[in-house]
Design a protein around this ligand. Sequence first.
Ligand SMILES: *[C@@H]1O[C@H](CO)[C@@H](O)[C@H](O)[C@H]1NC(C)=O
Length: 160
Amino acid sequence: MLVLLAGIFVVHIATCIMLFVSTIANVWVVSDSAQSSVGLWKNCTNTSCDEGLSYSGEDALKAVQAFMILSIIFSVISLVVFVFQLFTMEKGNRFFLSGATMLVCWLCILVGVSIYTHHYASGSGTGYSSSHHGYSFILTWICFCFSFVIGILYLVLRKK
Ligand SMILES: *[C@@H]1O[C@H](CO)[C@@H](O)[C@H](O)[C@H]1NC(C)=O
């Protein structure tokens, strides 16, 4: 049981880090031809990133930015609550609060990455003729799976 808790703890930290990296790295959609990529904040070409990020068509970017930041905040809160409960909660109780917070984080990722997938992930609106998914985009979907599993495990596990 202790091993399981330690494992979840490590995966939780990894999820927080991956969420952070994927949100700040501007590699959500990568161009196949030119060496350039776009993300949530900047439009990067070769080595320099300029601020001129404007997806043509619908502008749902603000919502994606907001939900990704919320998801980082909730995953960190959940981690803090988990550590807190680990030391203060009575034995036999479930990590209900950290689980619930992690599921809120999962919902934020769900909404944010769904909006991005729907509007931009295919490369439409990025200005690229052909493109593929960048690692940020893939990391975010991995975080989506991890945060759900972590949240459910927190709800199920009892403190020994
Ligand atoms: C990024 O910059 C390139 C070159 O300036 C432009 O063609 C493209 O439309 C821009 N894409 C976005 C999403 O801002």
